[in-house]
Design a protein around this ligand. Structure first.
Ligand SMILES: Cc1cc2nc3c(=O)[nH]c(=O)nc-3n(C[C@H](O)[C@H](O)[C@H](O)COP(=O)(O)O)c2cc1C
Length: 338
């Protein structure tokens, strides 16, 4: 039997990093455990993005620290209500920095740190500490939900740009921005982030809407793992944005199989990131996907991942309108009534 891994080149690059394949473990609590990060490398991940360190974690910790020093108080009741995880200190900022260093020692694959916030402030200095701890790159997750109706879309966009610029001024390692799709002109937003210095764009954050608990009459968080259906939104925008920005595109959301990875590559992504698939099937599923990817490529006579990247982007396909309004009309028309 031919060893496909010897004849097919799965390598790619992302944020200037040379990766052995396009399978990256995206940011999740799984990556808070060094053993898991090592298992991800063993199962074939070409890089990992660590779970996020949140602006609120840093700001509250330092505020509480200030208060503790000046007044000797314990954690405030408000902080406990909004950030219950802080009461048992899962991984505070200092531990997070230490975790980066431990992961760097444990694995050879690149370790991408994740900083999660929305405003410019003192917390940004942790980007430098992450760099100093050895992070190969930084993923800046900007998850901003604007509930103030006086704030315009342009102001929201500027907030993203300002934050990115502030982070870029702090560090020299590559920075990818992870963001959601809900901009009036998503492609233009991508261009703006590109111009502001983003080395990569991780598309997309999932928008976690809260649910109602009707018995308790409370608004409750609601986390459902993804399925391959979520891939389609990402494919659409990766395919549209590909070729228009210098930044490398990462697809995150809805990658559950080797064919999902192929689609991500053809749309124009440099890497396909996985979280839900690994939470559902275990870290070793990375190995299954890598094997199935080789088999698929062998059967379809592809020699390399690079060869397929962008081959079905909007500009490469014969009907670019398929990514626009024409698709909407076609989709609605395609429904067959029973
Ligand atoms: C339990 C859980 C925790 C997550 N934690 C983070 C996080 O800390 N930071 C982050 O940027 N994304 C986080 N994510 C989002 C994932 O990185 C990923 O972008 C998202 O789940 C979509 O990919 P998937 O369809 O492969 O799950 C989390 C996702 C899950 C399911």
């Amino acid at each position: 039997m031919i060893d496909l891994s010897k004849t097919i080149d799965l390598s790619t690059t992302y944020l200037g990093l040379k990766l052995k394949n396009p399978l990256v473990a995206s940011s999740s609590p799984m990556c808070a455990d060094v053993g898991n990060v090592r298992r991800m490398e063993d199962a074939g991940a070409s890089a990992v993005v660590l779970h996020s360190l949140f602006e609120e974690q840093i700001e509250i910790e330092s505020q509480e620290l200030d208060r503790f020093i000046t007044e000797g108080s314990e954690l405030s009741p408000e902080a406990v209500t909004h950030f219950p995880e802080l009461t048992h200190k899962v991984m505070g900022p200092e531990a997070y920095i230490g975790h980066i260093a431990k992961c760097k020692q444990a694995v050879k694959i690149p370790v991408i740190a994740s900083l999660n916030g929305t405003t410019r402030g003192g917390w940004i200095s942790y980007a430098r500490q992450m760099q100093e701890a050895g992070a190969d790159a930084l993923e800046l997750n900007i998850y901003h939900v604007e509930a103030n109706s006086a704030v315009t879309g342009e102001q929201v966009e500027q907030r993203y740009i300002d934050l990115l610029k502030a982070i870029k001024a702090e560090i020299h390692i590559p920075v990818a921005v992870k963001l959601g799709p809900y901009f009036s002109s998503m492609a233009n937003m991508a261009l703006k982030l590109d111009a502001a210095g983003a080395n990569g764009l991780a598309l997309f954050n999932r928008f976690y809407q809260p649910d109602y608990d009707l018995e308790a009459l409370e608004v409750v968080p609601n986390l459902i793992l993804s399925n391959s259906h979520e891939l389609l939104l990402r494919l659409n925008w990766v395919a549209v944005i590909y070729g228009q920005v210098k930044a490398d595109l990462a697809l995150t959301g809805g990658v559950h199989s080797a064919t999902d990875v192929v689609k991500a590559m053809m749309a124009g992504a440099r890497v396909a990131m996985l979280t839900s698939a690994l939470l559902k099937r275990g870290i070793s599923y990375l190995d299954t996907i890598a094997t199935e990817l080789l088999i698929w490529m062998g059967e379809h006579e592809y020699d390399s991942i690079k060869q397929m990247q962008g081959s079905m982007s909007r500009n490469a396909v014969p009907q670019p309108a398929a990514f626009e309004r024409a698709n909407y009309m076609k989709v609605l028309g395609s429904y067959a009534m029973k």
